[in-house]
Each structure stands twice: as C-alpha cells, then as structure tokens.
Design a protein around this ligand. Structure first.
Ligand SMILES: [Mg+2]
Length: 369
C-alpha cells in the first residue's frame, strides 16, 4: 500500500531581529520592524516521515495560513506524497479560480517544498541529488541589506557585511546618495545590486538609470510598476545601460514564459516560497536555459524556502548561481548556525531531503498562537 499524507500543520513564527541600524520608515511594512514573521508547514505521512516547507511570510501570513489549513490541506490528506507533480498540477487546476498567485499559490509552494523534503528522506538522498546532483559543497551568497536611506547607516552596514566576508551586496535603497555612499565604501571589486521594489514608471526608471549608471550595478531589480509590466522592463533593459532583474512577483510557468519571451530581464528571480515550490522552480530553470537567461533565485526568507533555493541552485544553476541571504541579525534561526553563511558562502546541505531539520526549541519558543 502506498504511503499517504496524514497531517499538515501550518506554523507561524515571529523572531526579533536587528539590522545594524534603523530601517527606513515606510519601507518594510510598519516602518521600523522589530520582528520577522515566517510561515512554515509540517507535513507528516502515515509512515512517519516528516517534511518541512515554507510560504512567503510577513504580513501575508494570516491569509496564507487559512488557505493552507482550510482549503489546501483537506485536498492533500490521504494523497500519495511521492506524486508531487501530479498532486500539484491537480491542486493548481482545482484552485485556479481563486487566483494564480497570492495566498493559494504561496500555500501550495509550502506544501510542495515539504513534499520534496519527504521525497528526499524516503530516498535517503538530498534534494539536490533528486534534481540531478551537485558538486558544490557551498554557494556564494549576497548580503541582502534592508532599506536604511541614511547614507551613513548604509555605509556602516556595507562595512559590516564586507567585514564578515561578503563580496556581493544587495541594497534596497531608492535614493541616490545611499547608493553612491555604498559604492564609494565598497570599491569597484564588490558586486552591488539594487532592488527598488517596483516604484517607477518606465520614464522615471530610465531617468534614474541614467543617474545610477556610474555606480556599476550588477543589476537593477524590479524598477518598474507594476511588476508584470514586462514590455516596460524590456524597454528599460534595451535603453538603461544597466542589467535588469525581476521575477519574484511572477507566478506560474506561463507568466515566466511571458517575462522571458518579452526579453524583460538579464536575471530571472523566481521565488520558490511564492511561485509553486521546487516543482515549478525547476521548470523555470529549464525555461531560463532556453532563453539564455541566468536564474537568481529570490529568497528573502531563511527557512525551508531558502533550503529549496540552495538545493535547486546547486543542482540546476550554472557556475554563476548565487544565493540571496537576508542580512538580518535574528535572535534565533530556524536552523541555528547550520544555514548562516560563512565568509559569504552558504553550505549546500548533504543530509536526506532538505538536509537540515528545524530546531524544535526555536519552533516552540517563537511560535505564534
Ligand atoms: Mg527583490
């Protein structure tokens, strides 16, 4: 008899953090955030295997938690956890009328990642092995800095990250003095990317790009509103003189195809905890290969979603695969020190499944009721 999914639990966590100074008021939800919320799922089979997944978190958590508990989980209980592709396609078809992104897709993403964890554990193999295997024992990462706006605070955190061994940085600034200060402090050899989170029209973005060009950005991320304005991004890419990255707000394989076919990006950034988990992520790697475009997986999270990205990037990414590390100093990490980068590189877990288990003490101590 086949193994069955027996139980699904959605667990919200709230962990205090600092980020080397005051974040920009108005950015990051409430402004000066003091805690980071994440949503993990625990899927248990009737054979006793446990898999962990993660959905994109922050203020979307109440909606996603309900979507998992009341809509998705009942459709998964009793199903064969090894038939991931079939189950995910069936659920996408069944639930498409409720939207192809947002809470439902975020929830499906979490379940999918947990099922890959279970598949690896059932096979006694790390997920990267199931995806084709990987030589790399570690991947380079970039420190993804919070938005500070104040140039002195930006410089202090650039120094902090460089001091810890990072050679690649991402800024979330939207004003020029902050970017200028970061480049000045980092020098020319450090790779700096700039993520502005969709603020501008195409014209405004072109004007900004002209001013940003001297700072030699590796990429400019999500410059245009709305994020699905692929033609606008493509024009910017042709005219701005700065490589363009986007994709964390794209969902479904079809939308990634539209983004890539439009020639919108130099770097495509699928977010496994948002766009369908490892099942969809590996398809985007294949699609991006067909479009000769690099995949830089979005992972502004540090749970199973991050591990999913590490395994997929290690197995499917080329030599230029780089992992995003959210540069927060958290009071605790779900995986303790195991996942925290050292010298700007993150270990590729070698254990079965996602390769590391959440720390039960962290789950107990930081769980939201
Ligand atoms: Mg981004």
């Amino acid at each position: 008899m086949n193994t069955k999914i027996e139980h699904i639990e959605a667990i919200a966590l709230r962990i205090p953090f600092t980020a080397g100074g005051k974040s920009d008021v108005g950015a990051w939800g409430d402004g000066d955030l003091k805690t980071v919320d994440s949503l993990v799922v625990k899927v248990t089979t009737d054979s006793g295997l446990v898999g962990w997944g993660e959905s994109f978190g922050f203020t979307s958590i109440p909606a996603v938690k309900v979507a998992i508990e009341q809509i998705i989980a009942p459709l998964c209980i009793g199903r064969d956890p090894s038939q991931i592709e079939k189950l995910m396609l069936e659920l996408q078809r069944k639930l498409h009328i409720f939207g192809r992104s947002g809470a439902i897709m975020f929830g499906l993403s979490a379940i999918d990642i947990a099922l890959w964890d279970i598949a690896g554990k059932a096979a006694g193999q790390p997920v990267h092995q199931l995806l084709g295997g990987a030589d790399a024992k570690a991947l380079d990462c970039y420190a993804s800095l919070i938005r500070y706006t104040d140039p002195d605070t930006v410089v202090a955190n650039v120094e902090r990250a460089l001091g810890e061994g990072y050679r690649r940085l991402k800024l979330h600034e939207v004003e020029l003095p902050a970017v200028q200060a970061a480049r000045q402090r980092a020098g020319d050899d450090v790779e700096i990317t700039l993520d502005v989170n969709c603020p501008w029209t195409v014209r405004q973005a072109l004007d900004m790009a002209e001013k940003l060009r001297p700072y030699k950005l590796r990429w400019l991320e999500e410059p245009v509103w709305p994020p699905e304005n692929f033609e606008g991004l493509a024009r910017l890419r042709r005219e701005a003189g700065i490589p363009i990255a986007a994709g964390e707000n794209a969902s479904t394989l079809m939308e990634f195809q539209q983004l890539l076919r439009a020639g919108a990006v130099d770097f495509v950034q699928p977010s496994p905890a948002k766009m369908g988990g490892i099942t969809e992520l590996r398809k985007v790697f294949a699609l991006a290969n067909a479009h000769n475009t690099s995949v830089m997986v979005h992972t502004f999270y540090d749970g199973p979603g991050l591990l999913a990205s590490v395994h997929a990037s290690a197995a499917l990414g080329g030599a230029d695969a780089v992992v995003e590390w959210r540069y927060f100093d958290q009071e605790a990490y779900l995986y303790g020190d195991a996942i925290v980068p050292k010298n700007g590189a993150i270990a590729v877990p070698q254990g079965p499944g996602l390769g590391i288990e959440p720390d039960p003490d962290v789950v107990r101590d930081y769980r939201l009721p």
